[in-house]
Design a protein around this ligand. Structure first.
Ligand code: MN
Length: 207
């Protein structure tokens, strides 16, 4: 199990988890019944971006997607691999303090389950194999995101992938997916930020 412990080493090394409200977490169980968890964070760091996270083998495999997902199959959205995150990160919404890695407000933009749909010779290719090969095909069942998407590694750089909507009934050519509020708390980015500030002030005045 040493290898799976190491999965979160980068995540921990980059953060001072005493200073940041982000979860420490640990590598979760591999087996998932029904769908697997996915979460998409909207993250107002130095550059606003979306973090697409898929539960694969007990961790949340993660990609930073500067422009976020699209429903238009013609859009190829750059998705840059970031460190594996603990499963508990799927419940994190709040503010990473200034001076910390990834400082800024984090919203759970979407959350739900996904299904692996990548087949070869009529058989499903296991998710970890899809990840290793850089050819993921999944079906999202979220609050905002629905339908089939491909995540494919480019040949130019190992960490650069593309997130592309596959053709199905959920394709849309409208410009943007409504993204103003959290899929779990209904809060805007502004509200998440000010809630965190109030929490801090309350803590301070308690002392
Ligand atoms: Mn991020």
């Amino acid at each position: 199990m040493a290898a799976s412990k190491d999965k979160l080493a980068t995540y921990r090394a980059r953060r001072d988890l005493d200073r940041s409200p982000e979860p420490a977490g640990k590598v979760g169980k591999k087996k998932t019944s029904g769908g697997r968890t996915f979460v998409i964070h909207k993250h107002a760091a130095s550059h606003l971006h979306y973090d697409v996270r898929l539960a694969i083998d007990g961790v949340l495999k993660s990609w930073a997607v500067p422009k976020g997902p699209s429903r238009n199959p013609k859009d190829k959205r750059l998705a840059i691999v970031t460190d594996d995150h603990p499963m508990a990160y799927g419940r994190f919404e709040g503010v990473i303090p200034e001076g910390s890695y990834g400082a800024g407000t984090v919203m759970i933009w979407d959350k739900g389950t996904y299904r692996n749909i990548k087949k070869e010779k009529g058989r499903l290719v296991p998710m970890h194999a899809c990840y290793q090969r850089g050819t993921i095909e999944i079906f999202f069942n979220g609050k905002k995101l629905q339908g089939a998407y491909a995540l494919v590694r480019t040949t130019l750089h190992d960490d650069n992938w593309l997130l592309i909507k596959m053709r199905d009934d959920y394709v849309s050519y409208k410009p943007a997916i409504s993204d103003s509020v959290s899929a779990v708390s209904g809060r805007t980015m502004k509200a998440i930020t000010s809630d965190a500030k109030h929490k801090k002030t309350a803590k301070r005045s308690k002392r």
